[in-house]
Design a protein around this ligand. Structure first.
Ligand code: C5P
Length: 223
């Protein structure tokens, strides 16, 4: 057995949506199948890394050889990510809900009576930015994703600066098929420039991304 290119490294991946409860039966969420994030976790494990996958609710099996932590909300996801540190590489693929309701109703809200429920929203923590801006224990490489429907690369460049991460994987979700589908068209955006890849299976995007990160990551002795 030759050690893989990520032997000795701990890779942390977030995947899937988060669910923000409104009441015991309703929630707010973004669309996300988790396919891309789960494929990245599996590819990192295949490259020899120890992998922690922090996943929101998805209909996918836990990848083999990966420690998977299941969470519901953005706040739970942040706590699980912080508990999993230190990591050398952190890849934030999850489609985290930007908002949650200010106060979760303890009982199912009633629709009879005609009045619409007032849903006051508050902002969720930005998990990627929180980790990228850590002053101690920041991973060597912090990677974000950007799902955009227009001006994909320009938005990704702005996001790179705003979040403080090292690389943004931007994908165009404006057409049909990416959400929940098996293919993805991505652009790797860094302060140095943009590398655009052809449309590939999400598993192939995962393998190539892991190879790319292995070339960027400082080498570590195999554990
Ligand atoms: O700002 P936007 O949601 O487009 O940024 C997307 C990137 O930020 C993704 O990598 C996503 O996983 C991450 N993110 C996060 N926590 C949030 C919002 C986004 O980690 N609350």
């Amino acid at each position: 057995d030759t050690p893989g290119p990520l032997a000795g490294q701990h890779v942390l991946v977030t995947s899937g949506p988060t669910h923000e409860a409104i009441d015991p039966v309703r929630y707010i969420a973004n669309r996300s199948s988790g396919k891309q994030g789960h494929a990245i976790a599996a590819a990192a494990a295949a490259a020899g890394a120890r992998v922690t996958l922090v996943s929101g609710p998805v209909a996918l099996p836990d990848p083999e050889g990966v420690e998977t932590v299941h969470v519901e909300s953005a706040r739970d996801m942040l706590a699980a990510v912080e508990a999993a540190l230190p990591a050398q590489i952190a890849i934030f693929t999850a489609a985290v809900a930007d908002w949650r309701v200010a106060t979760e109703a303890p009982e199912k809200m009633k629709k009879d009576g005609g009045a619409l429920p007032p849903l006051a929203l508050v902002e969720n923590p930005d998990i990627l930015a929180t980790i990228a801006r850590r002053t101690d224990g920041r991973p060597d490489l912090v990677i974000g994703f950007a799902a955009e429907t227009e001006n994909v690369v320009a938005h990704a460049q702005a996001k790179l600066a705003r979040k403080g991460c090292d690389l943004i994987v931007a994908n165009d979700v404006g057409g049909t098929g990416v959400m929940g589908g098996d293919a993805n068209t991505v652009h790797l955006v860094t302060p140095e420039g943009v590398e655009s890849w052809p449309t590939l299976a999400k598993s192939e995007v995962a393998t190539r991304l892991v190879g790319h990160l292995a070339r960027l990551a400082p080498k570590r002795p195999a554990a």
